[in-house]
Write a protein that binds this ligand. Sequence first.
Ligand code: IMP
Ligand code: MG
Length: 333
Amino acid sequence: MPCTVITGGFWGDEGKGKIISYLALKDRLDVCVRTGSVNAAHTVWYLGKRYALHMVPAAFVNEKCRLLIGTGANIHVAQFLEEVEETKVENRIGIDYQASIIEEKHSIQDKTNAHLKGVVGTTGRGVGPAIEERVRRSAKLAKNIPELQPYLADVAKEVNNAIDNDKEVLLEGTQGLMLSLFYGTPPYVTGRDTGASAICSEAGVGPTKVDDVLVVFKAFMTRVGAGPLPGELSKEEAIKRKWFEVAAGTGRERRSAPFSFEIAKKAVVINSATQAAVTKLDIMYPQCKSVRSYEELPEEAKQFVAKIEKETEVPVVLIGTGPGALDIIDRRK
Ligand code: IMP
Ligand code: MG
């Protein structure tokens, strides 16, 4: 399918980075557009190395893929340059000339604001304050930054051209629907909508050009920062079940809870999802570790996947069975 949107179904950290890295390699993606900002870390394990990407699209693992950061994104210049070097993508990455810039002052505002840091429990990266500044129309834009000149691109134009020429395009969302400013649980949300429509808007693609929306769920739910988490487990119970995680981006402990079919349904509806992926099935059912075919899954795991499909009414096309980009059961076609 020429244009697919990847979006999170819970509170972020569903494993979007892993799913995108798989699709980049398997589907020979031509273009990947990242949205959002440095509050999100997308984890990619490739050739034995772990990358926690805050700026560079997770599709970087495919050396032929053009990597773009959309107009709606907020660029952290130093983080961007550091990751470009780490992933060696300087010849194939572009930033939209009108993407806005997140500065040190925004991070300081985020960390010292009693409401943002104290009540909401933000990542402290300054994303909310940077968006506020953009809304005041006083934010710096990528085109104003000397170090970014070699990377400037017209992302909307490039991505639409690619779709019109039948290239494989992926729009990479960040966080998950339950952290959306509009559809999550305010005030315990991030500073923007995180749904599929917002991802398209940030990349410059209209709704008629999208073929698939793939919503990513984890086999259990996690949340960092404040706000409701239905069915939340104690830390002891989370450790016992091996669901206890520490955030790739901030090192903060993640709270956890069993998979909610109700929330998954909501995420499918509001994202107009056509497909779902479920990651970390091997953490729920250790016998699934590194399994690559659906038939080899234990019965319990198959029933869990079947229940997700029945409740959400979308097919679970990709199933994560380990951290590596290729630890996937691919049920497409
Ligand atoms: P902010 O996005 O830094 O303003 O933080 C707002 C809320 O979103 C906090 O609860 C954060 O923990 C959460 N959050 C932001 N980005 C991510 C992410 O990438 N993964 C998980 N939670 C996130
Ligand atoms: Mg993350």
